[in-house]
Design a binder for this molecule. Structure first.
Ligand code: MCA
Ligand code: AMP
Length: 491
């Protein structure tokens, strides 16, 4: 429980200050002050209320990064509405699950995707924007506090079924205050926002640190590795948050240009997936900055971070953030000794209250106020925490999470496929990519791939399909994925 609500923190007293620059798809740049954003979000609040949206309603969005996501977010805070972000890469099956579970009042999306949300009203974002441009701009606010839910963010469980983490205004406020303090983000910073706003890395860390610090933000529609260097040169950011894949891509920058970018930067932060030590080292060599790695989860926002001042230790995620407590426990719930591996349990005002509609999953994940992360780690005698993998077989590709079980379930519905096992294979750019092993008769790999592309987000489609006679199993029938034949995925 936190004493702070997001509503109290955002947009206070900086109305004349330049806040945001957004390049639309045609490359035309628009700029806004915090006062503009206050007025725009008020107008959006009027528009949504006129369409019947009330406090406590869920309202989904499936949008690339654009100003409307910011307007929607601030308007949702003002109306005490619960936003449900949907990954733009999701397809029918993934969308159907989220919409069925969250029961949103509507989904805000682009005109080309209006037909992708059966059973729920789909609202064209351009129409809403046009309505907002003619709406009143006086503040229309519903009383809310730290305990008011503001986002329902779906994250896959070990069962392959995504669960909605109910995140409150207090969770986001506490997270932003911890990060702004720890990473010393001030109004003088310039933040280049290239992370998708449908995940908490971009939304919780990026947008909230921007609003709370009052710094300047440039929002791009999505990270495009062939344009990224140009953005750094043109915008001259001081702050960048990314996933390891983005840093791997940035290593392609010629040394002289990388050096010039590094000279103007203050801080590069990485998270969402492990940052390989050699990437950290190569990046330091090229850009003159040691990337600051931190660790978080959708359910908890950020938990642990390397320090701004002091050693940023390669391969570790650093020390618990202010207000967050971390315990490392063995299977029996006893604290392990320094250097021993155990599961990370966390507690703090950043941690969500539970899962939407899932009292069973909530009860399993929360024990006496502590959240069981499912991540395994060790603590060094000086406090630095190193992640050592997970209790489940989560695959992280480019910072997007993939649960093998979900892909295996789809695979076994396809003609000829009797059994399937999906594993993560190391990839130099994405970190890991999925590979499928199939048992069956007359399997047509191209048809299997096409069927998966139709049903699942593109990053979940296995990079290779390997037919095997049988899956290696234990005496109890559990698939021994580590015994599957290796596959060479050289690019
Ligand atoms: C990727 N693609 C996208 C997007 N991102 N399409 C639309 N919008 C996007 N935002 C698609 C591409 O069309 C392409 O599809 C494929 O993904 C790879 O694209 P490519 O340009 O080759 O990208 P890349 O250079 O490999 O980089 C991928 C990426 C992306 C931009 C790094 O993976 C990404 O945005 N990752 C961030 C994920 C994230 O924010 N995670 C945070 C989760 P096709 O395959 O069909 O060609 S929150 C979390 O984990 C916790 C809380 C934490 O700790 O942060
Ligand atoms: P999500 O379900 O998208 O919130 O992903 C959260 C998971 O990403 C965590 O439980 C970790 O397994 C992983 N993760 C986040 N940050 C890091 C990091 N710095 N290093 C390794 N894994 C990470």
């Amino acid at each position: 429980m936190s004493l702070l609500s997001l509503y109290d923190l955002s947009l206070v007293g900086r109305h004349d200050v330049a806040a945001l620059e957004v390049a639309d798809a045609s490359g035309v740049s628009r700029t806004f002050t915090f006062g503009d954003l206050e007025a725009r979000s008020n107008a959006w609040a009027h528009v949504l209320a006129a369409r019947g949206v009330v406090a406590g309603d869920r309202l989904a969005f499936c949008l690339p990064n654009r100003t409307a996501v910011i307007d929607l977010w601030i308007a949702a805070v003002k109306l005490a509405v619960i936003l449900v972000p949907i990954n733009v890469l999701y397809r029918g099956r993934e969308i159907g699950h989220i919409v069925g579970d969250a029961q949103p009042r509507a989904v805000v999306t682009t005109a080309d995707r209006l037909a992708d949300f059966p059973g729920v009203p789909a609202w064209d974002v351009d129409l809403l924007e046009a309505e907002a441009s003619a709406a009143p701009v006086d503040r229309r606010a519903t009383r809310s506090d730290a305990s008011t839910p503001v986002a329902l963010v779906y994250t896959s469980g070990t069962t392959g079924v995504a669960k909605g983490a109910v995140l409150t205004q207090g969770n986001f406020a506490a997270n932003a205050l911890a990060l702004v303090t720890t990473w010393e983000i001030t109004a003088a910073d310039r933040y280049l926002a290239a992370l998708p706003l449908f995940h908490v890395h971009g939304l919780g860390n990026g947008v909230q640190c921007w609003l709370v610090s009052g710094c300047h933000m440039r929002l791009v529609e999505r990270f495009e590795h062939d344009k990224a260097v140009g953005w750094f040169e043109d915008y001259a950011p001081t702050l960048f948050f990314g996933v390891p894949t983005m840093y791997v891509r940035l290593l392609e920058t010629p040394p002289d240009r990388a050096g010039a970018i590094g000279a103007r930067m203050r801080l590069f932060v990485s998270g969402s997936a492990p940052l390989p030590a050699q990437v950290l080292e190569a990046f330091a060599e090229r850009f003159g900055h040691v990337i600051l790695e931190r660790y978080g989860m959708t359910e908890t926002l950020m938990n642990v971070s390397n320090p701004l001042v002091g050693e940023r230790r390669a391969g570790t995620v650093g020390l618990p953030l202010p207000m967050t407590a971390v315990r490392i426990l063995d299977e029996s719930g006893t604290a392990v000794a320094d250097g021993e591996t155990g599961e990370l349990w966390v507690r703090g005002p950043n941690v969500c209250d539970g899962y939407w509609n899932r009292p069973d999953a909530t009860a399993a994940a929360f024990v006496e106020g502590w959240f069981r992360t499912g991540d395994l780690g060790t603590r060094a005698p000086d406090g630095y925490i190193t992640l050592q993998g997970r209790r489940s077989d989560l695959i992280i590709a480019g910072g997007f999470n993939i649960y093998p079980r979900e892909i295996e379930e789809v695979l076994t519905t396809l003609p000829g496929v009797r059994e399937a096992a999906v594993v993560g294979v190391a990839d130099p750019v994405r970190g890991e990519v999925p590979v499928a092993y199939l048992v069956g008769d007359g399997i047509d790999a191209a048809a299997v791939e096409a069927a998966l592309r139709d049903q699942l987000a593109s990053f979940k489609v296995p990079r290779a399909f390997v037919c095997v006679d049988a899956l290696p199993r234990t005496a109890l029938g559990k698939v021994q994925k580590h015994l599957l034949p290796a596959v060479d995925l050289r690019r």
